[in-house]
Design a protein around this ligand. Structure first.
Ligand code: PAF
Length: 273
């Protein structure tokens, strides 16, 4: 596995490659969820590039940038074992300078759900993803469905900026008890870990109601909120795949999303129906 930290060096290295390139951008602290993205990319591409960069511009003041889990050596081993060809490991100065050109998330879709409590978070996400995609110039880039709003906005950016990369959505990986894998799960103590199970239980309940033909968004959200109680709920939403609110679930065109705070940790999850 080649490890490169300089963007220009990486661009030059990849420039003359004839192979299809699958790219997985990450912030490190790799877990089974990331490995499933790498695995999917391996199935569909000849050359695999993973980036590890804890992007400071997507953290707001007071968020967990300073304590974001860092496991550089373990991450390198995981990449090697997953047969990654190139690991891009830039420093902040390789990606950003003082007076920056940057992207702005759309004013409606970027400022609902997670964007309500984290204004400008998606400006940072889109800016760094645009930079990374321009450096790697992949055939396909892989993102987890767990960060559904991020996935939606990146797909929108690629379409609206006329970029040619294909964005591939990959299913969420869960612990055997249902908790969605997240780098932030390490913040949870044993009691919080137990409480966090209410998230997947509430989504399971939504799924069950829908399979019993209860399709009213209001009714489903009410039942989910009850199930999540007494957790601090940031939102429970039912949207179509274009991220617009819907009054009734539309089969094969619905995302049910939850964000809660467990202790001091924000956790997101969703199901696509
Ligand atoms: O999902 C993440 O890990 C990050 O938001 C991403 C896409 C790597 C951008 O920093």
């Amino acid at each position: 596995m080649k490890i490169i930290s300089n963007p220009i060096e990486l661009k030059n290295y990849l420039k003359n490659k004839k192979e299809t390139i699958g790219f997985i951008p990450t912030m490190g602290a790799l877990h089974e969820g990331h490995i499933s993205l790498i695995r999917k990319a391996r199935e569909e591409n000849e050359l695999i590039v993973v980036s590890i960069f804890v992007n400071p511009t997507q953290f707001l003041k007071g968020e967990d940038l300073d304590r974001y889990p860092s496991k550089d050596e373990a991450d390198k081993k995981i990449c090697e074992m997953s047969e990654v060809d190139v690991l891009f490991f830039p420093h902040k100065k390789d990606i950003y300078c003082d007076d920056e050109v940057s992207l702005l998330a759309p004013k409606v879709r970027g400022y609902v759900l997670e964007g309500t409590s984290r204004p400008a978070h998606f400006d940072g996400v889109l800016t760094v993803v645009m930079k990374l995609l321009n450096i790697v110039n992949p055939t396909k880039a892989y993102f987890g469905k767990k960060d559904a709003q991020q996935l939606n906005l990146i797909s929108l950016m690629v379409k609206q900026m006329f970029m040619s990369v294909a964005i591939i959505a990959v299913d969420t990986v869960r612990e055997s008890d249902g908790l969605a894998l997240s780098s932030r799960n390490v913040y949870l103590d044993a009691d919080e870990r137990k409480e966090a199970l209410k998230i997947s239980t509430s989504l399971h309940l939504a799924h069950k109601m829908i399979s019993q033909n209860i399709l009213s968004s209001t009714e489903i959200k009410k039942a989910m909120r009850k199930c999540l109680s007494p957790l601090e709920i940031a939102y429970v939403e039912i949207l179509n795949r274009d991220f617009e609110p819907i009054d009734e679930v539309i089969i094969k065109n619905t995302v049910v999303l939850v964000e809660v705070k467990v202790g001091t940790t924000r956790l997101l999850d969703n199901i696509w129906l």
